[in-house]
Write a protein that binds this ligand. Sequence first.
Ligand SMILES: [Zn+2]
Length: 229
Amino acid sequence: MRVAAAQNARATAEVALAEANKALLKEETLRRSQELEVKDRRGKIERLRKQMETATSAAQIAALEHEIAFSEQAIVKLEDDEIASMERTERYEGERDRATLQLEVTTAALAAQRVRALDIKTQHTASIAAIEAERGATRARIAEAPLSVYDRIAKAKGTGLSEAVDHKCAACQMVVRPQRWNDLTGRDHDGQIFTCETCGRMLYYDPRRDAPVRWAAGERLTGSTPTAQ
Ligand SMILES: [Zn+2]
């Protein structure tokens, strides 16, 4: 999950950077065309001034002056637009710098999260191996008969054990008959295995439920090695 969040953050920074670069390119292209147009207008004004030198009538001169003034106004407008474009460029450059930094930060964060995820996976793999080893050692201590009963129920039901709670099998919720309950929870039948008469799971009883005391974290219920019923 943290890796996915880090990936999203990095992707967002990447998009922001791409958008800033795209906007910068657009402004550059716009200014190039504005500069070309200014150059054209200036050339035109120069040609118009040359024509003025050879103009013969007042009307002709007035028309040329009018055209020159028109081009001069156009140049003023283009230069204003160019300044506005440069201001936008400055803003986009700021956005680009922030996005670049953000991309660096999120890239590093993603790498850190990937390392962390790998660490967790390694830890879990080790935990699983330890549990498997413990399971193997535990199975080796249990007699073959109850182990085969357990394996058969576990295979059929998904779980081979069920806690007996409040006169019921916690897995199938069926009532454990009073005599059976007494035998299960009493001291006279230690080492005997009781199964649920309905679902067949092996029942275990945790006396902590009846005698609430503080148990240390991770402390387990230990008992004698079960034998066949
Ligand atoms: Zn049951």
